[in-house]
Design a protein around this ligand. Structure first.
Ligand code: ADP
Length: 270
């Protein structure tokens, strides 16, 4: 994947986070670097600190010690609002505004940035096409869309202001495995064209192996178990935890996929 000139480098440098009142840190001494233009997947069991790690980057949560740098500048030296406008953010719950049309949802950040109406209109049309939706979708409301369509709008909105960095928290979660597979495939193609830096949280190892340039496997306690390419992870897992996580989870994901295919077959037969 060729790094786009508008991609950012992200460094986690011995970063720890302890929530107020918690006895244990949610993340401990996390250190790894995401090169510009790469997709970095954060994966691990529930509660191991994936979402926390991602939210430190746009300061939805503030770190306790260590540092996170974007293009060499500490996030702590940038005002949170400005930082958030400079990054795309797509989350599982999608967070579309129900009372706004699809077009207005996509235009959220461009409006905050003060783009003029004509530029916003043409960018919205371009993004609908980019994520594979009809231009007529722009006038609909989120409730009138399918789950898969809403996910696409979430991705379009995250891309709206052409940010160098995208944060995606289970963006394809909560949709059926077949639509999910299609969205993953489209995301891969889109990323090949756009070459953004992406930090992507998932708990699905198949998704991680399919989409990641590097994968950060986290274990309970917010500790980094391994940071490696998909191939390295499968060939040389750092320890038993990674070995088991990569193996067992792959089987579960396969099984879910197979069951979904069978269900769909039964529906078609009925
Ligand atoms: P994951 O995304 O891997 O499921 P999280 O980052 O959501 O993990 O959570 C990591 C740990 O931090 C968990 O123990 C969770 O209970 C705790 N945690 C997450 N958010 C908060 C919060 N806002 N306040 C206190 N504890 C939190």
């Amino acid at each position: 994947m060729s790094p786009s000139p508008s991609a950012a480098t992200v460094e986690f440098d011995h970063v720890s986070k302890r929530y107020p009142g918690a006895t244990e840190p949610a993340i401990r001494e996390l250190t790894f670097e995401v090169p510009a233009g790469e997709v970095c997947i954060l994966i691990g069991p529930s509660g191991c600190g994936k979402t926390t790690a991602m939210r430190l980057v746009n300061r939805m949560t503030d770190l306790t010690s260590g540092d996170v740098r974007v293009d060499g500048v500490s996030v702590m030296d940038r005002p949170p609002a400005e930082l958030r406008r400079s990054m795309g953010y797509a989350i599982q719950q999608i967070g579309l505004f129900p009372h706004l049309t699809v077009a207005d949802n996509i235009a959220t950040v461009p409006k905050l940035l003060g783009w003029d109406a004509a530029r916003i209109r043409s960018r919205t049309a371009e993004l609908l096409e980019l994520v594979g939706l009809e231009p007529s979708m722009g006038t609909r409301y989120p409730a009138q869309l399918s789950g898969g369509q809403r996910q696409r709008i979430g991705v379009a909105r995250a891309l709206a202001a052409d940010p160098p960095l995208l944060l995606m928290d289970e963006p394809f979660g909560a949709i059926d495995p077949i639509t999910r597979g299609r969205l993953q495939e489209e995301f891969r193609k889109l990323q090949q064209d756009l070459g953004k830096t992406v930090i992507f949280v998932t708990h699905d190892i198949d998704e991680a192996l399919k989409l990641g340039d590097h994968i950060a496997v986290m274990k309970p306690g917010g500790v980094l178990a391994q940071y490696a390419t998909p191939e390295e992870l499968v060939r040389s897992p750092a320890d038993e935890f990674v070995e088991e996580f990569v193996g067992v989870d792959r089987m579960v994901a396969r099984l879910e996929w197979l069951l979904a295919v069978r269900r769909q077959g039964q529906e078609q037969d009925a």
